[in-house]
Design a protein around this ligand. Structure first.
Ligand SMILES: [Fe+2]
Ligand SMILES: [Fe+2]
Length: 136
């Protein structure tokens, strides 16, 4: 398994944890599709699914930040916007050049970004929501 969800990745919010498990599942499928040398179609479809789900997940977190007036929302949103930009570069490169452009480095970048963001940034949001009674 490329990324394994464990309690180390829990942000103490059931809904956000579910989203993260789903996101990690998509990244793992993308990793497997690339590693097995599958055709470009499945890689392209999985990349599109990752971009869509990431956008939807970030929107759900941002909705909660607004609803509970999260003081660190601006910085958190900037991190989200940065990854959305990176994902669109990855999708563009893939569409221009095919599956070869989704490299091991790209997958490592996604893994490190996701794990760091969950543990350092989303965890703070989860704790805040729990204190405000907005968990789950
Ligand atoms: Fe986040
Ligand atoms: Fe998140």
């Amino acid at each position: 398994m490329f990324i394994t969800w464990t309690e180390n990745l829990s942000v103490a919010n059931g809904a956000i944890d579910q989203d993260h498990k789903h996101l990690i599942g998509i990244i793992n499928r993308l990793h497997d599709a690339i590693a097995s040398g599958c055709g470009a179609t499945i890689v392209g479809e999985t990349l599109a699914e990752l971009a869509d789900y990431t956008g939807a997940h970030f929107a759900r977190e941002e909705f909660l930040m607004d609803r509970f007036q999260y003081p660190e929302a601006a910085q958190h949103r900037r991190e989200h916007a940065g990854l959305i930009d990176q994902l669109s570069v990855i999708v563009d490169q893939f569409e221009k050049a095919g599956a070869v452009e989704v490299t091991g480095d790209t997958m490592d970048f996604l893994k490190v970004w996701m794990v760091n963001h969950i543990q350092k940034v989303d965890c703070r949001l989860g704790s805040f929501l729990r204190q405000r009674g907005g968990a789950d």
